[in-house]
Write a protein that binds this ligand. Sequence first.
Ligand code: SF4
Length: 360
Amino acid sequence: MREKYLIKRRRTKKVYVGGIGIGGDFPVTVQSMTNTKTHDVRSTVNQILSLEEAGCDLVRVAVPDTAAAEAIAEIKKNIHIPLVADIHFDYRLALEAVKNGADKVRINPGNIGGLDRIRKVVEAARERRIPIRIGVNSGSLERDILDKYGAPCAEALVESALRNVSILEGLDFGDIVISIKSSDVLTTVRAYELLAQKVDYPFHLGVTEAGTKFSGTVKSSVGLGILLYEGIGDTIRVSLTGDPVDEVRAGKEILKSLNLIESGVNLISCPTCGRCEIDLIGMAREVEDKLKDIKRPIKVAVMGCIVNGPGEAREADIGIAGGTGRVAVFKKGRILKTVPASEAVEVLISEIHKMLEEDK
Ligand code: SF4
């Protein structure tokens, strides 16, 4: 087995969100945000359960009104991962969300009102021992900072974050996570890099408003990939216009591709070419779908022909390599059998389940 390259992560303080640690030596976590009406408890819980199934580590809900803040108590009873309340403008909603059991609140102290109001939120968070995420966003920078810089550049995001940090530190509160997101990938990257030189709080990474499933996944993968490779980032959210389950899948794939987590299937499949004589694209899709619920780390190769196929299939835990009408099935570096192409997926899936049982 090849030695794995590992990323050296930036040293940060640790915070705890419910049972999950963020920062320090804790693994990078994946989070998402529901897009149901939070007060619609049933829909929100159902969506969170789907997110859990996809591997979401913590989930955020919007709290735009009292009904949403009150719903948190009921939602929490029916889910199994920590819940973050996302609040803007109204400090009373933050207090209500904390009272109802939120495990973390995302606010911008700068837009929550005067110091008295911020103090009340901080006291509530301190009492319940929950962290606050300062969530700076290029779309909602303070007026004076925007005027100073003329546009939401990296320096402006950093200044806003530091201002918000100093408000909380001034209240002797250090249980902080920070995000500074821009919809521009390189602005996001630069902002986090600059901020990493100035504070040692853990970072929530994201490229905000990244777009739809395809373009948003690419933008997020590039932005978050650069930062994570530099060791920056403790929890991530891929922000997509679409089903939040796809955000979690994308987030997990980003972390897997950087060896930051070992979880689920790492599918190695070739792009196919003129040498391929089996329906490899269909087979790879079917294999991916049939294995999507597996949580244990396993490397599966689905390869089109004998050029790279046997090599990759041998490097993987298990795999197939196509031939003419028949497919070789490899397991732990050895050819197990050859089967007709039409049976290959079924045989592969059954061998994978057998292998997972054997390795228990
Ligand atoms: Fe083409 Fe074979 Fe390579 Fe797949 S493994 S891309 S079929 S040469």
